[in-house]
Design a protein around this ligand. Structure first.
Ligand SMILES: [Zn+2]
Length: 311
């Protein structure tokens, strides 16, 4: 299906849109960030117009102090930065924070992170469980268009889904033919800017919209039960979740290549490992603190096009 990813991302980078998004995130983050608190911000890039850059602006507006990590930085540097900066909060893609919780457990280095904000990719329940349990922190999710500045929602204060930023973005829930479903039903999430509703991005993720009043007092509709849709290979997703759930697996990369399943895993030496399915290619390496950096998530097909267009 034709998707308007690039157009929506470009609109979100216009000066006035960036200002509105920074103000919106400032309002969200100020619910829990403290004055002068160090906030570790981890994204594939921090260039102007990226989610990493936008978060940095919002953190500064809260009177907190951004500490930047990535790109091409190692896992070890992530752990060191989290420890030495005395970060009280972290804003990152879900699997990066999950990796940090595993590093903390393996190394025994204490971290005092009170709040985690995930952005860039949907944070699934099993990731939230791993992060909240491993860091003993509160988790929040920022919903948007990949790692662009198109921020379309933020976690409910009572953890009852994601409140949509309905002054800027709308969401339709559609069936497999792209037809809108009745209110409350579960289907693919389609995101569009309110001012240009013909620009529709089929996110590939599944969810439902709840319009009943929220106990937290926010009137904006809520996106609930977000999970990957049919665009994601269910076997790979299930295996990825199973492997990543192990605290002995720092990072893994899965692919279906020409000859079958390919698995690459970075593990902590001396720890018990999950049983693996038979695979055409299997690389299991102990963590090399000097070199190993996260396998960044593969970009979405649309995101690849977007990057190639030179934005
Ligand atoms: Zn709410």
């Amino acid at each position: 299906m034709q998707s308007a990813y690039g157009e929506i991302a470009a609109l979100s980078m216009e000066e006035a849109a960036l200002e509105r998004s920074a103000a919106y995130l400032h309002a969200q983050l100020s619910r829990f960030l403290k004055l002068k608190e160090r906030v570790l911000i981890c994204f594939p890039n921090h260039d102007r117009g990226s989610i990493g850059w936008l978060m940095e602006q919002a953190v500064r507006r809260c009177g907190a102090v951004p500490v930047l990590w990535g790109p091409e930085k190692t896992w070890k540097q992530l752990l060191q930065q989290a420890f030495f900066s005395h970060a009280g909060a972290i804003i990152a893609m879900p699997l990066i924070v999950l990796g940090l919780t595993k590093l903390k457990k393996y190394s025994g280095i204490p971290l005092y992170i009170r709040n985690v904000v995930t952005a860039g990719y949907p944070c699934l329940d099993w990731m939230i469980d791993g992060v909240a349990g491993g860091l003993d922190c509160r988790t929040w999710g920022c919903f948007g268009l990949g790692t662009t500045c198109a921020v379309a929602g933020f976690s409910c204060g009572k953890s009852l889904g994601v409140h949509l930023r309905d002054t800027e973005y709308g969401v339709d829930i559609v069936d497999s033919d792209g037809a809108a479903l009745p209110a409350g039903e579960t289907g693919e999430i389609v995101l569009y800017p309110k001012k240009q509703p013909w620009l529709r991005h089929f996110t590939g993720d599944v969810g439902r919209v709840e319009t009943a009043p929220c106990p937290c007092g926010c009137a904006a509709p809520r996106l609930m039960d977000i999970r990957p849709g049919s665009a994601v290979d269910p076997d790979l997703a299930e295996l990825g979740q199973r492997l990543q759930s192990w605290t002995s697996v720092l990072d893994c990369r899965l692919d279906k290549g020409e000859y079958g399943l390919e698995i690459e895993m970075i593990v902590f030496p001396g720890e018990k490992l999950p049983k693996l399915p038979s695979a055409a290619k299997q690389v299991i390496r102990p963590w090399n603190p000097k070199e190993d950096a996260p396998f960044w998530y593969m970009p979405l097909a649309d995101e690849t096009v977007f990057l190639e267009e030179g934005y």
